[in-house]
Write a protein that binds this ligand. Structure first.
Ligand code: HT7
Ligand code: ZN
Length: 875
């Protein structure tokens, strides 16, 4: 397969002004008529017209009214080239495609009898021949024709301008999008759906029609998405002065979707997982996920659609920025400072659990990659979540106001354009009169920087000197790194636990100072420091780095009890837990006797019983680092001892804090009607964590509680928490509870996904059990949500069984990657990433893993998607 390089970018040879698309929709044989007006791009030296096409049957091609014969154009792979074309052309292209055969879910496909499209990144070329690249922006008019009975609803981007009957049972709808857009934002839906709709008043007085379209049986699950959409619109108006630019904004939910959702102009298409919710079927996490994703897609309307990417290497320009925006939105919706911190802690956890490993593995790439084989492989946590951290650092360095000035300038300069990450950085720099040249390295260098800190207190001078140094490990293709521009937010705690006032070079900096580390090593001298402090470093996780500081247990306990920065308070607890978990893992691996010190248990007790702290924060502080995070800290990973150590610690906490946990369980009930507000979510989270700890002990009482909660639950959060406690304790009641759960929710696909996922991640579920579940009538290899809930959950989140000593997990993985690749390369490729860090395991496991990787790599028929991942893993 061919590697594409960022440095090889050339502008498009022709620009497209208008696109008229006509669809005669038929699942087996859809006819697409495409009329393009194009003109030569003065910025290009290339003279040929270049159109991409994939899986299309070309029926006719006309240029300025004249039919082109085979000699007038060439088709080379996915490219159709027309040489000697005049300066201005009208191209008419007629093609055929077969949506019902499209199992890749890219382009035009059929989902549960409905027509759906997914064009990002390169799906439009599976609909018609087109210069399918994001820097070609055009105005679209779309005519849809379909059988009225089967497809009563016909939707596309922009405004509905005409609709009517065609006779012979067919009808039509014509849509016009007033905004030029790249082809990846095109969408159509032809379906049997119903909608919840509302008129919504925009800040400038206009009224917009908002619609959430779903299948008929799901109309009782759309309200949360609608409320989230309205909150998103308001938030973007208030925080960034950005308004909805259309009269109509639609969300459509589909059960077959490769990702979470898609921001097509005015017609967002969503995975049902991020639309459908009511308390009966959705958990608190689902409710929060819906708000975040609805916000994310809506915010793309400006950051992605109005200003888009010049090429796919710039993906983080829209994704990093939009993730940052959705994170800020979620934080603002919670409102309280501790709620905001819990939100931030979640982001830090994802980053450490998923992005840091990516940065340390064979697929490591910069936020703005330099090359790729398959762009779909680069919708990654690095581009999205690390990209969001990079955007957040601008705000940390420039302040909220400075950041807003940068955003304003960005839109002023680039509205309607396809631009680069550098353009965003320039807007931030210019709007604030700052030089952000060095900051560019966050876009070009991969790997997670390590910041080493050392502190020295000089009693007589009353100074505290903080020495910060930075380095970054080598990553594929980048052996050496230059220093990053790193904002390190710092506070100093006195013995009483209070923040000390901070002064550097005579400047008073309040109680949190943002230090700018730009060199390999720098000293920062705080003056007027009255006592030897405990440093609180990298407050609010001010940069995506690994921070090293030789904290003593006493210092960590001090921070865990007192740090005014809640993220660092949580962090201190994580460090205390991690140290112990690593030691316990060593002991478990050597077959020794495990024990847990009182100091640690007492610190946990203090947090658990501190009623001045929000329940949501207490839950986070009491949650132990995951098995994969422990694995990440080890040179040679041994999944079983890690599991044993963590289970031991959970059981110890459960037993030694039994009374407090029980009291917490009882005091944090949320009686009455379900509400997805932050406080109720926090109470349920703490209550269910208490249940999980209690369930980790052999005490019968805990299982009785879980059974009672399972039977009496009035919402899905409590029901799955109880079921999880029964499953993880391998309780005798678990199989019956699972059956009851299935029977009650058989018709709710998203709940059945949970049913599969809970079983897939149970430490007792081995490969044989997964194979058995794959034979269940509800399992469907063509449905990405189902595949993710069973196969991906097993491979990515059941470390003990996936890494079984006989290599059976890896053989299973290879088999499934190969089978999926024939149906849906994007989903296969995601699954293939489960083997990324195979070189970190024991030699015995490595041998099995290599064998499995080689089996996949050895397939003659393999997608570029999977081939890129497995060959990088093996290289
Ligand atoms: N921008 C969207 C990306 C997306 C996507 C990419 C590849 C294949 C399928 C896809 N579905 C959606 C989602 C987002 O970040 O908002
Ligand atoms: Zn996005």
């Amino acid at each position: 397969p061919q590697t594409i390089y960022r440095k090889d970018y050339t502008p498009p040879s022709y620009l497209v002004d208008t696109v008229e698309l006509g669809f005669d929709l038929d699942p087996a044989r859809t006819i697409v008529a495409n009329r393009l007006t194009m003109r030569r791009n003065p910025a290009s030296a290339q003279r040929e017209i270049e159109l991409y096409g994939e899986e299309l049957e070309l029926v006719a091609l006309r240029l300025n009214g004249k039919t082109l014969g085979k000699r007038d154009y060439r088709i080379e792979g996915n490219l159709l080239r027309i040489a000697h074309a005049p300066e201005e052309v009208t191209l008419e292209i007629e093609t055929l495609c077969a949506p019902e055969k499209n199992t890749a879910l890219s382009g035009l496909y059929v989902s549960n009898g409905n027509f759906i499209t997914q064009c990002e990144a390169e799906g439009f070329r599976r609909i018609t021949y087109f210069p399918d690249r994001p820097d070609v922006m055009a105005r679209y008019t779309v005519m849809l024709r379909a059988d009225k009975e089967r497809f009563p609803v016909l939707l596309s981007n922009g405004n509905l301008v005409e609709e009517g009957e065609l006779g012979d049972g067919r009808h039509y709808a014509k849509w016009e999008d007033p905004f030029p857009k790249p082809s990846y934002l095109f969408a159509l839906v032809a379906a049997k759906l119903v909608c919840q709709e509302e008129k919504f008043q925009l800040a400038d007085g206009r009224e917009a029609l908002l619609q959430v379209w779903v299948e008929e049986g799901n109309l009782d699950k759309t309200d949360h998405a609608m409320q989230s959409l309205k909150r998103s619109i308001r938030w973007d108006e208030e925080r960034y002065g950005l308004e909805l630019d259309l009269d109509r904004f639609m969300i459509v939910a589909t059960g077959d979707f490769n990702m979470g959702a898609m921001e097509n102009k005015g017609l967002n298409i969503f995975n049902t997982k991020y639309v459908l919710a009511n308390p009966r079927v959705a958990t608190d996490v689902d409710f929060q996920g819906i708000e975040a994703v609805v916000g994310h897609e809506y915010f793309h309307n400006w950051t992605g659609n109005r200003v888009t990417c010049r090429d796919w290497f710039q993906l983080s320009l829209k994704e990093g920025l939009t993730v940052f925006r959705d994170q800020e939105f979620s934080g603002d919706m919670i409102g309280t400072s501790s709620g905001r911190a819990v939100n931030r802690i979640d982001q830090v956890r994802t980053l450490r659990q998923v992005q840091f490993p990516e940065d340390a593995g064979p697929m490591a790439h910069p936020v703005r990659p330099d090359s790729f084989v398959e762009i779909n492989n680069f919708y990654t946590v690095t581009v999205y979540e690390k990209g969001a951290e990079v955007v957040r650092m601008y705000q940390t360095l420039l302040g909220r106001e400075g950041f807003r000035k940068g955003m304003d300038l960005y839109f002023e300069r680039h509205d309607g354009q396809a631009v680069e990450c550098d353009d965003f950085r320039s807007a931030m720099a210019d709007a604030n009169g700052r030089n952000l040249d060095q900051f560019e390295r966050w876009y070009s260098q991969s790997g997670t920087p390590v910041v080493q800190a050392e502190g020295r207190y000089d009693e007589s001078a009353r100074t505290y000197t903080l020495k910060l140094s930075q380095s970054c490990p080598p990553t594929p293709g980048q052996p050496d790194k230059l220093p990053f521009h790193i904002p390190v937010a710092v506070g100093l705690l006195g013995a009483s636990g209070r923040d000390l006032p901070l002064t550097i070079d005579g400047k008073e900096l309040g109680t949190t100072a943002v230090l700018e580390l730009t060199e390999s090593e720098q000293n920062f001298v705080f003056s007027g420091v009255a006592e030897s402090p405990t440093p609180s470093l990298l407050r609010d996780f001010s940069a995506p780095v690994v921070l090293k500081y030789g904290y003593s247990d006493a210092e960590l306990l001090h921070l865990f009890s007192h740090d005014s920065d809640p993220v660092n308070r949580w962090e201190a607890g994580q460090r205390l837990s991690m140290e112990r978990l690593l030691k316990l893992t060593e002991v478990a691996a050597a077959g020794g006797e495990l024990s847990l010190d009182d100091t640690f248990v007492e610190a946990m007790r203090k947090i658990l019983t501190d009623d001045t702290l929000d329940p949501a924060f207490r839950e986070q502080a009491l949650l132990l680092p995951s098995e994969s995070m422990i694995a990440d800290q080890m040179d040679v990973v041994q999944p079983l001892p890690i599991h044993t150590a963590r289970q031991f610690m959970r059981a110890e906490i459960g037993a030694r804090l039994h009374n407090e946990l029980l009291a917490t369980y009882r005091s944090q009930q949320t009686p009455g009607e379900y509400s997805a507000d932050a406080e109720s979510i926090g109470r349920r989270a703490l209550k269910n964590l208490a249940l999980a700890y209690l369930g980790a002990t052999p005490a019968e009482q805990a299982l009785a509680l879980a059974q009672e909660q399972f039977s009496n639950a009035t919402n899905m959060t409590d029901r799955v928490a109880a079921l999880g406690a029964l499953i993880h304790a391998n309780a005798p009641a678990a199989p019956d509870a699972l059956n009851r759960f299935y029977d009650e929710f058989e018709d709710e696909a998203l709940v059945i996904d949970k049913w599969f996922a809970m079983q897939a991640t149970a430490a007792t579920t081995d490969v044989a059990k997964v194979r058995k579940l794959m034979k269940h009538p509800a399992f469907n290899m063509r449905n990405p949500n189902r595949v993710r809930s069973l196969i991906s959950s097993f491979c990515a989140a059941n470390p003990v069984q996936f890494h079984a000593a006989d290599g059976s997990g890896y053989a299973f993985w290879a088999e499934q990657v190969i089978a999926l690749d024939a149906l849906n390369p994007q989903i296969a490729s995601r699954l293939s990433r489960a083997m990324d860090r195979w070189r970190r395991y024991t030699p015995e496991l490595q041998a099995y893993m290599k064998q499995a990787l080689e089996k996949v790599a050895g397939q003659t028929k393999l997608s570029n998607d999977v081939r890129e991942v497995v060959s990088k893993a093996l290289s």
